[in-house]
Design a protein around this ligand. Structure first.
Ligand code: ZN
Length: 130
């Protein structure tokens, strides 16, 4: 990882903010969905941890939040990579991912070159899986 501590700190802030705003969004979606569809089947979620909320949503399979959840997991994986010191390394070629790319897309796991190759190879395949 060739990112400076300042760059890494900035990316960590971006990831944390995005993570928090997504969880807020998901909680709102849960509350709304429960009111509309699930009533009191799912039980109260207000006092559960973030992980429990994610699990609950996976069980309920609410289409509107599945994309948000996917991103939450990608952000958490990025935080794990930061903690492990491998954040910013391309998963394909091992090169350091460009800082500007990470700032625009902090969950990136590939450098722009490898990403282009992959998009060409899997042009119509979806990577979005829970
Ligand atoms: Zn690469």
């Amino acid at each position: 990882m060739d990112l400076t501590p300042e760059q890494l700190g900035e990316l960590q802030r971006i990831i944390k903010q995005r993570h928090e705003s997504l969880l807020t969004e998901i909680r709102g979606e849960v509350a709304r969905s429960r009111d509309e569809t699930y009533g009191d089947i799912a039980g109260p979620v207000t006092d559960t941890g973030d992980e429990a909320v994610a699990d609950l949503l996976s069980d309920l399979d609410i289409a509107e939040v599945s994309r948000d959840l996917q991103e939450v997991r990608e952000l958490e994986a990025a935080q794990t990579r930061i903690a492990g010191g491998t954040y910013g390394d391309c998963a394909e070629c091992g090169a350091t991912i460009d800082f500007e790319r990470l700032r625009a897309y902090p969950v990136a796991t590939r450098c722009i070159d490898c990403q282009r190759v992959r998009e060409k190879t899997y042009a119509h395949a979806s990577e979005a899986k829970l």
